[in-house]
Design a protein around this ligand. Structure first.
Ligand code: ZN
Length: 417
C-alpha cells in the first residue's frame, strides 16, 4: 500500500532536515531496525557501543557520541515500556550533536517510522546521518511488468521498486535448430515453427492474464538474448491494452530470473523517463486547458485555494520547489500581531531577534504560530478528494510551474462559481 502524499511530504521534509545536519567529528549516530528485529538486541548492541566509545581519543567527540547513545537508549527503553515489537515498518533513529559549532553542544534525537519497511539492520557513527535506505523510499515506485524470453524459456515478473516477484516460468519444449539433418529437415523445420508458435501463444496468454490483473501496471519491459523477443512481439499475440504498455525491448544474457534482474538494472533510466513523462503530461494538460481558456486551469495560491475549497480540483500540481511557512508574529513590546511569510523558516527564526517591530520599532518579536502552506493544501485536497501530484523541476514544464505559475496549479473538474 503506497503511502499518501501527505505522509510522503512530511517524510521528504524530515529527510531534508536530517541531511542538513553535520557533526563536528564522527559523532552522528544512525540506527536502523527492521520490523521483525528484537529490540532487546538493539539495546544490548548500543550498550556495547557505549563501552567502545570510551576509547575515542577526542574528548568532545567521545562526550558527544556517548551523549547520543544515551539518548537513543533512553528512547528505546521508553518505547519498550509500551511496545513489545518495533512498529509495522520498523524504526530509524538518529541522534547526535547537531549544533554545528564549537561553542556549545546540542544533542538531538529524531526517529521515524518509515513509509516502507526498513530492510537493513544498521548501526553507524559518522559525520552525517546515514539516509540512503530512507531516500530509496522516496523514489516513485510503480508496478512494472518484466518479461525475459528466449527460444528455451520465458520468465514473467512484476517489479515494484526493488522488489521482484517472479509470476511464472515457462519452458518452450521447442527442439533446438540443429536437431536433425537430411531428408526430414524441412518437415522438422515445419514442426519446429509450430512448436515455437505454440510456445509464444502460451507466453502471451500468461502475460495477458497476469498483467491484466494488475490495475496500476505502469509499463512492461521485454528482454532476452538473441532475436526471440522480437519474433515474439512480431506475432502480435498480446491484448492491445497489454501491448501498448510495452515501453522497451532490452538485450540480456539470460531468459530466467537472472535475465529479469538484468532488465530491471538496465531499466532504471527508462523508468525514470516514464515518471518524467507523467509529469510532463500533467503539465501539458494544464497548459492546454489554460490556452483554450476552458476555465479548468488555475494557478497561484489564491486561485488554487478558492478552487480547492469548493471541491473543484481534480489534480493539484505542486512544484517540489514550492513551499512557504506562514508565521504569526507578536511584538512583546507593543502587543502588535501580524503575519509574515518565509521560504526558509529556520533562517527566519534565527534572524528574528534582529528584526524590528513595524509598529514600535523594538526588536522584541516572537513567533506565536507557524503553518506550512504545502501542508495546508494537502489537507484541503484530502478533504475534497483531489489528487495531489508533486512536480519536479527537472523538466521544462516543471520549471514553468515553479517560475511561471508560482509553484502551484490545478486542473479542475468543473468551473467554480
Ligand atoms: Zn511593537
Amino acid at each position: 500500500m503506497p503511502a499518501d502524499s501527505k505522509t510522503m511530504y512530511h517524510f521528504r521534509k524530515m529527510l531534508e532536515e536530517l541531511e542538513s545536519k553535520k557533526g563536528r567529528g564522527t559523532e552522528l549516530i544512525s540506527v536502523y531496525i527492521p520490523p521483525d528485529f528484537e529490540l532487546a538486541k538493539v539495546l544490548q548492541q548500543l550498550r556495547e557501543e557505549q563501552g567502545t566509545a570510551a576509547n575515542i581519543k577526542s574528548k568532545s567527540t567521545r562526550k558527544n557520541v556517548q551523549g547520543a547513545l544515551e539518548r537513543i537508549i533512553q528512547f528505546l527503553q521508553a518505547y519498550m515500556r509500551t511496545n513489545k515489537k518495533p512498529p509495522k515498518n520498523g524504526l530509524a533513529i538518529f541522534a547526535g550533536n547537531v549544533a554545528g559549532r564549537d561553542d556549545y553542544v546540542d544533542i538531538q534525537l529524531y526517529w521515524i517510522e518509515p513509509p516502507e519497511p526498513v530492510r537493513v539492520r544498521m548501526y553507524r557513527c559518522d559525520q552525517q546521518f546515514v539516509l540512503d535506505p530512507l531516500k530509496e523510499m522516496l523514489e516513485v515506485k510503480e508496478t512494472v511488468g518484466v518479461v525475459a524470453i528466449d527460444g528455451k524459456e520465458a520468465t514473467i515478473a512484476t517489479v515494484r521498486g526493488k522488489n521482484i516477484d517472479i509470476e511464472r516460468s515457462l519452458t518452450s519444449g521447442v527442439p533446438s535448430k540443429h536437431g536433425k539433418g537430411g531428408q526430414s529437415a524441412r518437415r522438422f523445420e515445419r514442426l519446429r515453427e509450430i512448436a515455437i508458435h505454440e510456445y509464444f501463444k502460451r507466453v502471451a496468454e500468461a502475460m495477458n492474464s497476469i498483467f491484466s490483473n494488475i490495475p496500476d501496471l505502469k509499463a512492461i519491459l521485454v528482454g532476452g538474448p538473441g532475436p526471440t523477443k522480437e519474433d515474439f512481439l512480431k506475432e502480435e499475440l498480446l491484448h492491445p491494452n497489454i501491448r501498448e504498455k510495452i515501453i522497451g525491448v532490452i538485450d540480456t544474457g539470460y531468459a530466467d530470473e537472472q535475465g529479469i534482474k538484468e532488465i530491471v538494472n538496465k531499466a532504471g533510466e527508462i523508468l525514470g523517463e516514464l515518471e518524467i513523462m507523467k509529469e510532463k503530461n500533467l503539465m501539458q494538460k494544464f497548459l492546454q486547458e489554460l490556452v483554450i481558456g476552458s476555465g479548468l486551469a488555475v494557478f497561484g495560491e489564491e486561485e488554487v485555494r478558492k478552487a480547492l475549497e469548493v471541491g473543484a480540483v481534480d489534480r493539484l500540481l505542486i512544484s517540489e520547489a514550492y513551499g512557504e511557512t506562514r508565521a504569526q508574529l507578536k511584538c512583546m513590546g507593543c502587543g502588535y500581531e501580524f503575519e509574515q511569510r518565509t521560504k526558509n523558516f529556520k533562517i527566519f527564526q534565527q534572524q528574528l531577534p534582529m528584526k524590528a517591530c513595524p509598529k514600535c520599532g523594538e526588536k522584541k518579536l516572537t513567533i506565536v504560530g507557524a503553518h506550512d502552506i504545502v501542508e495546508e493544501f494537502l489537507e484541503m485536497a484530502e478533504q475534497k478528494g483531489s489528487k495531489v501530484e508533486f512536480i519536479s523541476t527537472q523538466t521544462e514544464e516543471g520549471k514553468q510551474l515553479q517560475l511561471g505559475f508560482k509553484g502551484i496549479a490545478a486542473i479542475l473538474r468543473f468551473k467554480p462559481g
